[in-house]
Design a protein around this ligand. Structure first.
Ligand SMILES: CC(C)(COP(=O)(O)OP(=O)(O)OC[C@H]1O[C@@H](n2cnc3c(N)ncnc32)[C@H](O)[C@@H]1OP(=O)(O)O)[C@@H](O)C(=O)NCCC(=O)NCCS
Length: 141
């Protein structure tokens, strides 16, 4: 299981997974400029999954901005490994709270976050109920 910090050469693989996973993927320029974020990939030569997180106000909390695994490699523990590595990095930085905002209908992601220990803290209603958002938090103290 290899989780490592993303390199420039990983971007093509990341973009492919992003397109396969979301209807509104981020473009290359945005991904290149997200350098201040924590950007992790899973895999050696070939990228099987990625995670992007940002550290929030005064470094007391962090946000998991995006996580995706290639459809052919799901349910193998890759997302869990990526998040566990993120938690390790945040603990090293003395950050003890991790937040994620996720579509209420995104059951795989909600199950994943619950299994890791995230708790639902609030729901943000949207015009269409299908787009309601869940705010989930993991306390790492
Ligand atoms: C959500 C996602 C990242 C999970 O990645 P993954 O590598 O398959 O997840 P893991 O193998 O680590 O799964 C860990 C746990 O999460 C839950 N889970 C993952 N996928 C699930 C699914 N399709 N249905 C139900 N539970 C699921 C299970 O509890 C699973 O444990 P188990 O396999 O022992 O039952 C992946 O499905 C994905 O890329 N989806 C599209 C992008 C997305 O929705 N990202 C999240 C929003 S930002």
């Amino acid at each position: 299981m290899i989780v490592r910090v993303a390199k420039q050469e990983d971007l093509t693989g990341v973009i492919e997974i992003d397109k396969l996973s979301f209807s509104n993927p981020w473009d290359r320029e945005f991904l290149e400029n997200i350098s201040k974020a924590i950007f992790l990939v899973f895999g050696q030569q070939e990228v099987n999954g990625f995670l992007i997180a940002g550290c929030g106000h005064r470094n007391v909390s962090a946000s998991l901005l995006k996580i995706a695994v290639h459809p052919e490699h799901r349910r193998k523990g890759i997302a869990t490994n990526l998040i566990n590595k993120l938690i390790e990095m945040l603990r090293d930085r003395q950050i003890d709270e991790l937040e994620v905002i996720v579509l209420k209908t995104c059951e795989p992601a909600i199950s994943l976050y619950k299994k890791i220990g995230f708790k639902l803290v609030s729901t943000i209603p949207q015009i269409s109920k299908n787009n309601d958002l869940c705010v989930m938090k993991l306390e790492m103290t």
